[in-house]
Design a protein around this ligand. Structure first.
Ligand SMILES: Nc1ncnc2c1ncn2[C@@H]1O[C@H](COP(=O)(O)OP(=O)(O)OP(=O)(O)O)[C@@H](O)[C@H]1O
Ligand SMILES: [Mg+2]
Length: 286
């Protein structure tokens, strides 16, 4: 299971005839699909959502080729394979997934996609219950209308609906945007668990550099419709590339910089959490 981009460009139609907006300007990229936790970052309008929507053929390239497993996606619609198997392998959680909810009960909503992808009703029910449990959706919520839930609960229901058909790769467009910090943390911990325990690849667009530093193994920095950086979070924030991508450092690195400067320490960027920092500081004689 892998995704590869070869010289992919994407243009949206502009407001006037014969005008267009260039969103991707020649992307070359390989994602192996084996347990990777990839963060996609960059300034607003840099092409992140457009890039990710090519990864399950929600958008087709204007030129170039996207390969998803054995499927080859080209600009010509007619030549393209049937897309349903791709969508089943690669689950997409939109920027505001709660807008996708429409069934009369939470349980029916979570069961909708698996049934659509050919699971039996019994399998769909079992998967829906497991996904709800993983996301901490209590059983009394399952019979409620999804429209009577809070924003955070709705977000969890939408994510459970994707997990219930067991995709190999999860694409998440700003999954924690608009959530309170505690729910955001819970949701990220669930994705981390899905990555580590269920060996699924997570590809997440985020503006939150704390998330990038704590969870991602690999970070792709977008700039003007191109990949400006591709490497580990530590490499990104140790180079000027993070500034060129209009990013700020995660809180933990700001703190490390401050401590290094003020106390003349040499703490490394391998430290990812406050607890790790405290443990390191205990070893340092101040
Ligand atoms: N449906 C559309 N029609 C026309 N232009 C679009 C459309 N969607 C995006 N664009 C343009 O394509 C470029 C890339 O947009 P995209 O949504 O991929 O950026 P992004 O990095 O996801 O931004 P954000 O962080 O704000 O979500 C921008 O210039 C944007 O204005
Ligand atoms: Mg976007």
């Amino acid at each position: 299971m892998g995704i590869s981009f070869k010289e992919v460009k994407h243009q949206y139609p502009g407001l006037k005839k014969n005008e267009y907006v260039a969103a991707l300007n020649g992307i070359n990229l390989d994602i192996s699909g084996k347990d990777e936790f990839v963060a996609i970052v960059g300034k607003t309008g840099s092409g992140k959502s457009t890039l990710v929507q090519h990864m399950n053929a929600l958008l087709l390239p204007t030129s170039g080729v996207v390969s998803i497993d054995d499927f080859v996606i080209t600009p010509k619609k007619k030549k393209n394979p049937k897309l349903k198997p791709i969508r089943k392998k690669i689950g997409f959680v939109f920027q505001f997934p709660e807008y996708q909810l429409f069934e009369e009960s939470v349980l029916k909503d979570i069961m909708f996609a698996p049934i659509n992808f050919g699971f039996t009703k019994e399998e769909a029910l079992e998967n829906a219950k497991k996904a709800a449990e993983l996301l901490g959706i209590s059983s009394d919520l399952l019979e409620k209308s999804p429209f009577n839930l809070s924003g955070g609960q709705m977000r969890k229901v939408a994510i459970a609906g994707i997990l219930a058909y067991n995709p190999d790769i999860l694409l998440l467009d700003e999954p924690t945007r608009g959530l309170d910090p505690k729910t955001a943390l819970e949701v990220m911990q669930i994705f981390s668990k899905i990555n580590k325990d269920m060996h699924k690849t997570i590809i997440v667009i985020t503006h939150d550099m704390n998330i990038v530093y704590e969870y991602a193994d690999r970070v792709i920095g977008m700039k003007d419709g191109l990949i400006h950086f591709d490497g580990t979070p530590k490499e990104l924030f140790s180079s000027p590339k993070y500034l060129e991508c209009h990013l700020t450092k995660p809180d933990i690195l700001k703190l490390i910089d401050y401590l290094n400067q003020r106390l003349n320490l040499n703490l490394s960027y391998d430290i990812k959490t406050e607890n790790e920092l405290i443990a390191k500081l205990k070893d340092v004689s101040l």
